[in-house]
Design a protein around this ligand. Structure first.
Ligand code: MN
Length: 212
C-alpha cells in the first residue's frame, strides 16, 4: 500500500511487558495478562496513533503526558486511547515482579501522615476502586498542591488530564477496574481482584513514579 507524501507522523509504541504473562499468577492469571496486554492495551496504542494521524500536526512530538495534559473533553479519541495507553503502561510497570512489597522510606511516612496508617491508605484506595461505577480506574496521585490523594476516574481518564479530571496531578499508582482486568479469574468479584492487586504492587516503582 502506497502511503501519501506527508511525513511519517510521530507514533506511540507499547513498551515490552518485561516479564512473563504468568509472572503475576495467581493474583492475575496468564490468559487475562495475554489478552489485556496483547489485545486491549495494544488496541489503545493502535487507535491512539490513528487519532494522532487524524489530528494532523497539532500534537506532533508531544510526550504522552503533555498530550493528556493539553486535551479537552471533546477530544474523544485522544482522550480514550491516549488515556488507555498511559494508564496501562503505568499498570504493567507498577505490577512488575520484585521491588518493595510494602511502601518504604519517605513515601511510607507521607502515606501514614496523610491517611493515618498504611492500612488506612489501603482501605481508602480499595474503596475508591470498589466504588468506581462501571469501568474506570482508582489512583494514588500527587495533586497540583503537592499532596498525596486517592481519586478515581471513569473510562480511561486519568489525573494528568487537566481539562477533564476533577483532581489534576501525577498518577503514582493506578488500578484498572474494567471487567477485562479481572473477569476471567474473579467474575463479578471485583473486591477479590483488588485485594490480590494490592498484594502485588511494586512499591519501588510507585516511589519512582513520584520523582519523574
Ligand atoms: Mn485495561
Amino acid at each position: 500500500k502506497v502511503k501519501g507524501s506527508k511525513p511519517r507522523p510521530f507514533l506511540y509504541e507499547q513498551e515490552p511487558l518485561g516479564y512473563d504473562f504468568s509472572a503475576l499468577s495467581p493474583a492475575i492469571d496468564p490468559i487475562t495478562m495475554e489478552v489485556h496486554y496483547g489485545k486491549h492495551h495494544a488496541g489503545y496504542v493502535t487507535k491512539l496513533n490513528r487519532a494522532m494521524r487524524a489530528a494532523g500536526v497539532i500534537h506532533e512530538g508531544k510526550s504522552l503526558e503533555e498530550l493528556l495534559f493539553s486535551i479537552g473533553p471533546d477530544d474523544t479519541d485522544l482522550r480514550n486511547n491516549g488515556g488507555g495507553h498511559y494508564n496501562h503502561t503505568l499498570y504493567w510497570r507498577t505490577l512488575q515482579p520484585g521491588g518493595a512489597p510494602e511502601p518504604e522510606g519517605d513515601l511510607k511516612g507521607e502515606l501514614e501522615e496523610t491517611f493515618g496508617s498504611i492500612e488506612a491508605f489501603q482501605a481508602v484506595f480499595s474503596t475508591a476502586a470498589a466504588k468506581r461505577f462501571g469501568s474506570g480506574w482508582a489512583w494514588l496521585m500527587r495533586d497540583s498542591d503537592g499532596a498525596l490523594k486517592v481519586t478515581s476516574t471513569p473510562n480511561q481518564d486519568n489525573p494528568l488530564m487537566s481539562g477533564i479530571a476533577e483532581s489534576t496531578g501525577t498518577p503514582l499508582l493506578g488500578i484498572d477496574v474494567w471487567e477485562h482486568a479481572y473477569y476471567l479469574n474473579y467474575q463479578n468479584n471485583r473486591k477479590a481482584y483488588i485485594t490480590a492487586f494490592m498484594e502485588r504492587i511494586n512499591w519501588d516503582v510507585v516511589a519512582s513514579n513520584d520523582l519523574t
